[in-house]
Design a binder for this molecule. Sequence first.
Ligand code: GAR
Length: 193
Amino acid sequence: MRNIVVFASGAGSNAGSLFRQAKDGRFGKVRFFLISDNPNSGALKLARDAEIWNMCFNPGEKAARISSAAEHFLLEELKRINPSLIVLAGFMRIMPASLVGEFEGRMINLHPSLLPLYKGKDAIRRAFEAGEHSVGCTVHYVSNELDGGCIIAQSKVDVLNGDTLDTLTQRVHEAEHKLLGSVVAELLRKEDA
Ligand code: GAR
C-alpha cells in the first residue's frame, strides 16, 4: 500500500478527480491523505465525504508563506505518513525549503499555465487578458524556485473564438484533471519498475 498526500487550498476539483480515479482503481493499492491550509476549502469537504484521511493546519499569518511552527508540524506529519508522492493540487502557499528538500523527487505541483509562462497567481486570467491563442497546464517537480522545477508533462488548451475567462478556465480545469491523473499513474508505474 502506497501513501499519496494531496495539498489543496480551494475548491479541490483536482483532488476530487484524483480520489475518483483512485476509487476506480487507476493507481493500484494507494491510500490518499488530504492536507489543507483552509478550513473552508471544498477540498477538505470532498475528502471528508469520500472518507479520506484529512487534516487542516494553521498556516500562520505570513501571507503566501507558512509559519515555522506549521513547517515543523508538517515535516513531522509527512515523515510519519512516509508518502510515495506529494501532490500540490491548488495549494496556494509556498512550500518551505525544508519540506522541498526532504521530499525532493517525490513532490509535484500542478500549475494552470504552459510553464515557464505565467508563473504565480491568476495564471489563466493573465494569459487570457494577454490575448494568448493557447494556454494550458503543467505538472512539474517542486523546487525552491516558484513554479520553476523540472517539467514532467504539459497539456495545451486552445483559446476558442467567443471564449470567456470562465469557459476557458473550465477547459483548463478539465485538462488539468486528465494531466494530473496521467502523471500520478505514470510516476507510480515507474516506482514499480
Ligand atoms: C488549479 O487550476 C491549479 O492549477 C491552480 O489552482 C487551481 C485549483 O483548482 N494552482 C495554482 O495556481 C498554483 N500556483 P482546484 O482547487 O479546483 O483543484
